[in-house]
Ligand binder design. Sequence first.
Ligand code: TPP
Ligand code: SF4
Length: 300
Amino acid sequence: MSRVNAVNLTDKEYLLPGNRLCPGCAVSLAYRHILKALEGQAVVTVPASCLTVLHGMYPVTSVTVPCVNTPFASTAASAAGLSAGLKALGRTDLTVVAIAGDGGTHDIGIQALSGAAERQDDFVYICYDNEGYMNTGNQRSGSSPLGTISGTTPVLGKQQHQKDVVAIMEAHRLPYVATASASYPLDLYDKVRKARSMKGLRFIHVYTPCPPGWGFPFMDTIGIGEMAVQTGWNVLYEVEEGAFRLSPASQSVAEKGGLRPVRELVALQGRFANLTEDKIQALQDWVTGRWQRYLARTGS
Ligand SMILES: Cc1ncc(C[n+]2csc(CCOP(=O)(O)OP(=O)(O)O)c2C)c(N)n1
Ligand code: SF4
């Protein structure tokens, strides 16, 4: 499949102008490109989250594909049912896409997701990860990093590292697992296109910085996402039928021979205002260790 570029990317929009998300929200940007890659040929199922706010309240919506609002714990079960129902109707032209935040994926929806993955149900699951329960005002999730200040970790910050949900999904031996970022929308577009063309459960994780939740100015969203890749905090890769491959942005970091220090990324975000030196070192060690494991998988 040939890669899309800024010139040949479709100018057709499936996310209409004007929605209720915050200025600078990475979810809007990511979702716009996800919908372009689906070309309107999709049914989406979404649990409570900032994305349901983007979809809007009946009878008004800013999205041109049909959407099921599903309870938190049953996002993947709802996708499995939609997929079976559409097959029974002979609607093989439509892709079912479940899309949820990290709270809805890493924590509340993981049981249904694991069951669907084990059964190899036929849909695309996209987790957009803003590293917290943001729609309800920023509580810590299983994806919030060590040291994050949030509504439920207000003083010392979170005391645990992030849950690696992508590794958990890979352990289910899915046909396609990928990581992406709102700061690299063409790479995200390509990955959704590829997932769309495959069968079985395909899982994509999208890094989506959140200005109010993370505490940075809304005009810095893209830069934060780029810095996350340059520091190795967010590593972009695909695992296709078991074969691991770094994506271009992370491959370029590997070829240039080094990660920028995590200290530079956390310094830009108010949620890390209370980090001690030993916590910064713990985050650095965590990121470096994971990066080295990825490099070992590429043979670099
Ligand atoms: C069963 C249930 N529990 C709690 C809520 C309240 N709630 C609505 S949105 C939300 C946060 C979801 O977080 P996440 O999945 O990370 O998505 P984000 O808000 O960050 O987009 C919560 C807890 C709910 N709607 N239903
Ligand atoms: S709280 Fe964060 S994720 Fe939610 S709409 Fe605002 S910027 Fe986007």
